[in-house]
Design a protein around this ligand. Structure first.
Ligand SMILES: [Zn+2]
Ligand SMILES: [Zn+2]
Length: 97
């Protein structure tokens, strides 16, 4: 099911992921904690930055959410995260600093 893109295994990306999850582990899709993965808010295809922590948000990966049991990243599928997030949460990820 999961397709491992090489970027996901790169040291730099793992470092970024750790940085994002250290700042917050609140899943951008369901709003619960304990997120264990990150995803791009604006898809790279839409011009989103690949290695920018501001374009990465915590999300529940393969382990799923311990609260609502959703596997948010799988559930999201191929939809752009920005679209999913607007539906689910009012967190203002797009305003930026
Ligand atoms: Zn979640
Ligand atoms: Zn949840």
């Amino acid at each position: 099911m999961a397709t491992d893109r090489s970027e996901l295994t790169s040291y730099e990306y793992r470092k970024l992921r750790a940085q994002v999850l250290a700042a917050s582990d609140i899943c951008i899709v369901c709003g619960h904690g304990a997120a264990d993965a990150v995803d791009h808010i604006i898809a790279r295809a839409k011009g989103g930055a690949r290695m920018d922590p501001d374009n990465l948000a915590p999300i529940h990966g393969n382990a799923g959410c311990p609260v609502c049991l959703r596997k948010c990243n799988n559930e999201k599928g191929d939809r752009p995260l920005a679209e999913v997030v607007q539906l689910v949460t009012s967190v203002d990820w797009f305003a930026g600093p």
